[in-house]
Write a protein that binds this ligand. Structure first.
Ligand SMILES: *Cc1c(COP(=O)(O)O)cnc(C)c1O
Length: 275
């Protein structure tokens, strides 16, 4: 039997395991949040925190694993390496364990001990570096020296998810709004970490020709807001964001500015107050 055939058999089984995990799982809630009636605004919050891996990056991790499998990048025994601020690594550690693959997360020393504990609980290892801008090169090097695969969420997030539908977050939101008074929202507002969620929602809105605009909120120190405003695809602040999960020191390749209708730079104090 050829080696290629046995590789395919392992990958077939891995895809089945990931899809079976999804089939066993319920969707996340869309909460209706009552506001004063005279505001004339209906607000809904999509709560991505209740996924099985305990991290809101569950959909992204699933998409990245499936993309790596169908590309033939992830095979039996492949060490998975990722640069992360923590949440993606938690979900990826979960899927790596599901497939029996070694997992190494490259993160900054400031990553919360809770996230490190979760990654280790799922059998992953953590490599901690000093600065947020170092994680990319460190992860690429670990992957190269271990013969592993660098997932590279900050490049592949926007293309690993099917923007037409296929159970992506935008389709989930629109299905859950279907019986509301206004099933097509005026605005969808989202933060950006990789930019994958905003890319998926923006493309979905255009593909389905919904009259919904997309707004992206960005914290202080992040390169996304100034990069989007100025049109500079290589804008960099070199500064870490204080708000977990969103805001990046550089314009990430997976951030797609052209699908965004409006951006708002939110003071960090306001972000913390809202939480
Ligand atoms: C990752 C993240 C986002 C945005 O997701 P991306 O698809 O990576 O841009 C938004 N909010 C929080 C809290 C996150 O952790």
């Amino acid at each position: 039997m050829s080696r290629r055939f046995s590789d395919r058999a392992w990958a077939d089984e891995a895809v089945r395991k990931i899809n079976a995990e999804n089939n066993r799982s319920a969707d996340t809630h869309l909460y209706s949040v009552p506001l004063p009636e005279h505001w004339g605004v209906q607000l809904y919050l999509k709560d991505e925190s209740t996924h099985r891996s305990g991290s809101l990056k569950h959909r992204l991790a699933r998409s990245l694993f499936l993309f790596g499998l169908v590309n033939g990048w992830i095979r039996e025994g492949t060490t998975i390496v990722e640069a992360s601020s923590g949440s993606t690594a938690v979900s990826e550690a979960y899927f790596a364990q599901l497939l029996g693959l070694p997992f190494i997360a490259v993160m900054t020393r400031t990553t919360s001990p809770e996230k490190i504990a979760l990654i280790e609980q799922f059998g992953g290892a953590c490599l901690l570096v000093d600065h947020a801008s170092e994680v990319y090169a460190a992860a690429a090097e670990v992957a190269a020296t271990s013969g592993g695969h660098y997932m590279d969420q900050f490049t592949y997030a926007e293309r690993a998810t099917d923007w037409r539908g296929n159970n992506n977050i935008a389709e989930s939101i629109f299905e859950q709004l279907a019986l509301e008074e206004h099933p097509v929202p005026r605005w969808i507002v989202v933060g950006a970490g990789t930019g994958g969620t905003s890319a998926t929602i923006g493309r979905y809105l255009r593909y389905h020709r919904h009259h919904t605009s997309l707004a992206v909120v960005d914290p202080e120190n992040s390169a996304f807001y100034p990069g989007w405003r100025s049109g500079a695809a290589d804008f960099s602040t070199g500064q870490p964001s204080r708000i977990e999960g969103i805001g990046r020191p550089r314009m990430e390749p997976s951030f797609v500015p052209s699908v965004i209708d409006h951006m708002i730079q939110v003071p960090d104090a306001a972000s913390v107050a809202a939480m």
